[in-house]
Design a protein around this ligand. Structure first.
Ligand SMILES: Nc1nc2c(c(=O)[nH]1)N[C@H]1C(S)=C(S)[C@@H](COP(=O)(O)O)O[C@H]1N2
Ligand SMILES: [Mo]
Length: 548
């Protein structure tokens, strides 16, 4: 017969093995999470990058986030919003995994249940993507299996409890919390396995995971690399080349945003956590819906069409007054209205719905596309094929509208439809259907909070009322009378317009400069301060400078 007291001693002796067990178990939970993420990434390299569990969960979070959160994220983190989101997901997983370790050590079922929960969440998120296919669930499933396997490998195994509970001291309760201390309520009787050996195993798992994740990323990049295809593209010459803008459209004032934004500096706003990489040889565009003759184009077909150039200022509805989400470039593309005429738009249609490779939908009022403005299926900006981040190989551009209602990147499908039948992505989230660009103006020089010497001070900036054009810009100091600024030469209504003004700054101290523009219809820029949601920010940009 077993000696009960002896048994207790054995248990006590074994309890010393996982000394500092809690931190170790937390670390093992995190190790399991690392393995899961790595396996998920590696598997996604074979399926597709968007199917990696963390990316899929992040994309779902972007789609589900309330508008207020999205606006806040764009405002607070700008173009780094996606990095911040992914970091947040990894951090959350780290915390959950650290909790998982100790729980799984106590409750064996947790080694299966919790990773399965994570796997189901990832699989659901991956399958909920608009362009999902069943294999997208695979990386999450394998990730969950990896987590379970690692937990089983690292955590102490529970042994059958002795039939008679040893009559040891009563478990102590921590004062106030009611929680029982782990020391007195051992969840599991660990194998007499050396803590050091387990730690080594965990280290090996982490090293393997890092290697696997790096290999997965490398493979995914190689499998999805379109840089060669992009570099190998020869752009046809435009059938209707645009003359260069008048030289006096660009003012030589240091600190003023250049008339044409270099492609590398062009703002980027989209919901894509992984950039869609489309080989132009695999690209097709379907034009269908309420048309007489649906059209399907290959990329070669597109390049064979007469291409046009357009100097145009693209801006984002999420931009704050005076903010940076605006840029000007020379686009090259095929005429969108010409293609729509070829397809034959049926009566009653009022929306052109663009769909991107990653399932984004952007709806443009059809009348804006067909009213004579230069609406393009763009293949190049700034003299080179579209960068991947800006929609390679093809995007739409319709002057006069914010990007979210006109500028579908990675465009693969155009449906002629009605607003009654379909709400595009942003409209479903409460944003305005039309997205007409509001008149805006910005002071670039002097920079905010600059210190300037008393005397003549150059004030300069830019103003845009895209597609209507800018007729006047005025400036005032400390709420005084409005003074007309001098406009640079007009480079067309679809472009922003630079302006400058000489301010006789006589009085030392802090001064507030304000700007407002008037568009070519004679409407003065709206003074009311409104946030970007739901139809674009309004209000006058102001800046504070100190004269000394
Ligand atoms: N596929 C896709 N296209 C998109 C978006 C997106 O999220 N996905 N964002 C739109 C928005 S809100 C803007 S302002 C412009 C920005 O274009 P850019 O990133 O080239 O500056 O792209 C538009 N096209
Ligand atoms: Mo936007």
């Amino acid at each position: 017969m077993r000696d009960v007291s002896n048994d207790v001693t054995t248990v006590r002796a074994r309890r010393r093995v996982p000394a500092g067990a809690l931190p170790a178990r937390m670390a093992y939970g995190i190790t399991a999470a690392c393995a899961a993420v790595a396996v998920g990434e590696a598997a996604a390299a074979f399926v597709r990058p968007q199917a990696a569990p963390v990316v899929a969960i992040g994309s779902a979070a972007i789609d589900l986030a309330p508008t207020a959160v999205k606006v806040w994220a764009v405002r607070s983190f700008g173009t780094s919003d996606k990095t911040v989101l992914l970091a947040g997901i990894h951090a959350t997983m780290g915390v959950l995994a650290a909790a998982l370790g100790p729980v799984a050590a106590r409750r064996r079922a947790a080694t299966v249940v919790l990773p399965t929960g994570f796997g189901l969440l990832g699989a659901w998120a991956a399958l909920a993507r608009p362009d999902a296919h069943p294999a997208d669930a695979l990386p999450s499933a394998l990730a969950a299996l990896a987590a379970t396997a690692v937990l089983l490998l690292l955590l102490p195994h529970r042994r059958p409890r002795p039939a008679v509970r040893p009559s040891g001291p009563e478990p102590q309760r921590h004062p106030g919390t009611g929680a029982t201390s782990t020391r007195d309520d051992p969840p599991a009787t660990p194998h007499p396995r050396s803590g050091r050996r387990t730690a080594l195993t965990a280290g090996a798992v982490i090293a393997l995971s890092a290697g696997l994740a790096a290999a997965g990323r490398h493979l995914a990049d190689r499998r999805n690399d379109v840089s060669e295809a992009r570099a190998g593209l020869t752009l046809p010459r435009p059938a209707r080349p645009l003359p260069p803008p008048p030289s006096r459209a660009a003012l030589p004032i240091p600190g003023l945003a250049p008339l044409h934004t270099p492609a590398g500096d062009f703002y980027r706003v989209d919901t894509a956590l992984t950039l869609p990489r489309i080989d132009p040889r695999d690209w097709t565009l379907r034009i269908h819906g309420m048309v007489d003759r649906p059209v399907e184009l290959s990329f070669a077909d597109l390049l064979a069409l007469p291409l046009e150039e357009l100097d145009h200022t693209l801006s984002c509805v999420s931009g704050e007054v005076g903010g940076p989400y605006v840029g000007t470039t020379r686009w090259l593309g095929a005429s969108l209205p010409a293609l729509l005429r070829r397809a034959g738009v049926r009566a009653g249609a009022d929306q052109l719905l663009g769909r991107s490779k990653d399932g984004m939908t952007i709806g443009t009022p059809l009348e804006c596309v067909l009213d004579g403005r230069t609406a393009l299926l763009v293949v190049a900006m700034d003299g080179a094929p579209l960068p991947v981040a800006h929609g390679f190989p093809c995007r739409s551009v319709v002057p006069g509208l914010y990007g979210y209602t006109s500028a579908t990147k990675w465009l693969v499908d155009l449906e002629v439809t009605t607003f009654a039948a379909r709400d595009p992505y942003w409209v479903q989230r409460g944003w305005d259907r039309t997205g007409e660009v509001r008149t805006a103006s910005r002071i670039d020089v002097p920079a905010a909070f600059a210190r300037v010497r008393a005397g003549d001070v150059t004030v300069a900036g830019t103003a845009w009322a895209t597609h209507r054009g800018v007729a006047a810009v005025e400036l005032r100091v400390d709420g005084g009378p409005w003074q007309e600024a001098e406009l640079a030469a007009d480079a067309g209504p679809d472009m922003w317009r630079q302006w400058h003004h000489t301010w006789h700054a006589a009085v030392p101290g802090t001064h507030r400069l304000e700007v407002r523009a008037t568009d070519a219809t004679g409407a003065v820029q709206d003074e009311t301060r409104r946030p970007p949601f739901p139809s674009g920010a309004t209000g006058w940009h102001s800046t504070v400078v100190t004269v000394h």
